[in-house]
Ligand binder design. Structure first.
Ligand SMILES: NC(=O)c1ccc[n+]([C@@H]2O[C@H](COP(=O)([O-])OP(=O)(O)OC[C@H]3O[C@@H](n4cnc5c(N)ncnc54)[C@H](O)[C@@H]3O)[C@@H](O)[C@H]2O)c1
Ligand SMILES: O=P(O)(O)OC[C@H](O)CO
Length: 390
């Protein structure tokens, strides 16, 4: 049996094994960027394949803009390609681009969040009062909500603002590869809510697997929402560090060193601030170390940071020059993490996160990164008067 046949067989078994639900779920994806469009393609393919579980039409809310004189939603709905954020990838015809946020979400049973996370507060406030009370959500966003109340997962933010249960999806998933249907894995995390209506009536792990699993996109469903969210947010900060050393031309050893320190800090951050997250998630799940590796090899954050090192330009300038409207989320996340660590007096325990923040926001020289990590760790070789760090 060929590899393709084996993949299709797995797919068919999954299709048959999830029993029909009383009322098929209507799905809406909120966001249409590089990943938003990719995951919309995945979801719409499954909605078309599984009418016993999902309404065929999937709405994708699009932050409307004009591309070459035409509305992006019109282009998507006629050409069935998102020419700006995911060019040259055909999208299923049952995926409908919708510029009206309240219209897109009002009938949805499952909301999949996919916007750059800096826009979440505004989008959620626009959605308030327009979503079904028993809707369920999955957040693909990477980042945190930091306020004087503490550091929060974005799924928690959605739950608190909209009153709906929210899980997360995160994994080693560079959008262009998934969109081309190159095989990858992901992790979905979801905890059944207290008002769970029962199998066949509500969203559960089997339904979520049926929604996201494709022959080219293998899904493991767990319940550690905090673990996958912490790993997904923080690997973008580590990727900035990798980009700096790559841009300086220091090679693979330096990148591996950054990833080693980064993985340790990701796990420590999770254990310290989200103690219910599980350590195994960070190294066993796609959302953990695998996402760290792929993001640090070829993600947008590493590319932006490499460009910063090569040109001396700011993070914002590099993001604008390289990404054509897409977002490198690590730029926002390293600030959120810094603000939180200052608030709780823990900056010295997260030397890499702090060094990345200082390079991005305080013009700390990148080539002092090894010293910053060493110095912030606080274990230094005693120096003679006038001697500098090596
Ligand atoms: N791209 C990936 O490989 C990938 C993979 C997994 C998860 N994610 C995460 O998914 C989230 C969304 O990423 P993405 O790649 O879909 O987006 P993106 O980085 O491609 O950003 C572009 C999107 O932002 C929208 N936008 C621009 N200005 C806006 C505004 N003022 N209000 C609302 N929307 C606005 C644009 O319309 C477009 O849809 C991020 O948190 C990201 O980390 C990305
Ligand atoms: O391209 P990045 O750096 O935003 O990373 C994308 C995804 O999060 C990788 O899984």
């Amino acid at each position: 049996m060929s590899a393709a046949d084996r993949l299709n067989q797995t797919h068919d078994i999954l299709s048959e094994s999830v029993q029909a639900v009383e009322n098929p779920f209507k799905v809406t994806v909120i966001g249409s960027g590089n990943w938003g469009t990719t995951i919309s393609k995945v979801v719409a393919e499954n909605a078309a394949l599984r009418p016993h579980l999902f309404v065929k039409r999937v709405d994708m809310w699009v932050f409307e803009e004009t591309v070459d004189g035409q509305k992006l939603t019109e282009i998507i709905n006629t050409k069935h390609q998102n020419v700006k954020y995911l060019p040259n990838i055909d999208l299923p015809e049952n995926l409908v681009a919708n510029p009206d946020l309240t219209d897109a979400v009002k009938d949805a049973d499952i909301l999949v969040f996919n916007i750059p996370h800096q826009f979440l507060p505004r989008i959620v406030s626009q959605m308030k009062g327009h979503v079904k009370k028993d809707a369920r959500a999955i957040s693909c966003l990477k980042g945190f909500d930091v306020s004087k109340d503490g550091v929060k997962l974005l799924s928690t933010y959605v739950t608190e603002k909209l009153g709906i249960t929210c899980g997360a999806l995160s994994g080693a998933n560079l959008a262009p590869e998934v969109a081309k249907e190159n095989w990858s894995e992901t992790t979905v995390a979801y905890e059944l809510p207290e008002d769970f209506k029962g199998e066949g009536k509500d969203v559960d792990h089997a339904v979520l697997k049926a929604l996201f699993h494709r022959p080219y996109f293998h899904v493991n469903v767990i319940d550690d929402v905090a673990g996958i969210s912490v790993a997904g947010a923080l690997k973008n900060v580590v990727a900035l560090g990798c980009g700096f050393v790559e841009g300086l031309g220091w090679g693979n050893n330096a990148s591996a060193a950054i990833q080693r320190v980064g993985l340790g800090e990701i796990i420590k951050f999770g254990q310290m601030f989200f103690p219910h997250s599980r350590v195994e998630t960070y190294y066993q799940e796609s959302a953990g170390v695998a996402d760290l590796i792929t993001t640090c090899s070829g993600g947008r954050n590493v590319r932006v940071a490499t460009h910063m090192a090569k040109t001396g330009k700011s993070a914002e300038e590099c993001e604008k020059e390289l990404l054509n409207g897409q977002s490198a989320q690590g730029i926002h996340t390293c600030k959120e993490v810094h603000e939180w660590l200052v608030e709780c007096g823990k900056t010295e325990e997260f030397v890499l996160f702090e060094a990345v923040y200082q390079i991005v926001y305080e013009n700390a020289p990148m080539d002092t990164l090894p010293d910053m990590i060493e110095d912030l760790q606080g274990v230094n070789i005693p120096k003679e008067e006038g001697e500098h760090s090596e």
